[in-house]
Design a protein around this ligand. Sequence first.
Ligand code: C5P
Ligand code: MG
Length: 228
Amino acid sequence: MVPNLLEKIADAPRLPSSPKHEKPKFAKEKVTVIFVLGGPGAGKGTQCSLLVGKYNFSHLSAGDLLRAEQDRPNSQFGDLIRTYIREGNIVPMEVTIKLLENAMDAVLVSKTGEGWGDGRGRFLIDGFPRKMDQALKFEEDVCTSSLVLFFTTNEETMLERLLERGKTSGRDDDNIESIKKRFVTYKETTMPVIEYYEKFGKVAEVDSSPAVDEVHAATIVVVDKVLT
Ligand code: C5P
Ligand code: MG
């Protein structure tokens, strides 16, 4: 299925094949990329929004990009994405990486230099990489990451937050059956990514159990170090 997918992506009108470029596509001198990980409901999106306000990051949520592609009329990936998301599985990396690359391109074309103190594009890539293949491919083809922000709290808290969000989110996967599957995927597939980056000293773990402001205060301490 994956080689097929690659061909499809190359042909899709909104997912054009990239022109040949030196790898990785975005040099480290041009962009700062922070990956944001943590279990479902750990508070990644909430914390990213606060960081955007403070540092002018462009916030790219892999899940949001996938849902937008899923809902785009005539997307040939809509059904595939829907099935993977409902089952709490990781969408084949070619789709997600291409969506991220396109989104980074769009940001850099539209707002280079604007509000970025050091002149580099600043990206928070939220909910990515969720699987080792995504991590390796993104770093090889697209850009090297500077930091992995890792939000942790217990499963009870995450479940509570997700069920609360599910009342209004309209998301197909904020229900108890999907949530259980997402927790399994997180442990089995995403935790190895964290362990991999830990070996390189790139992970900053932040306890996301306390109130939002308190978590934010702890987060800016580590983000400041990366940006200076
Ligand atoms: O991050 P978020 O909770 O919005 O992700 C929702 C779903 O999107 C995940 O459970 C997974 O099915 C899919 N996803 C993915 N690969 C990513 C991020 C999200 O397959 N890197
Ligand atoms: Mg999110």
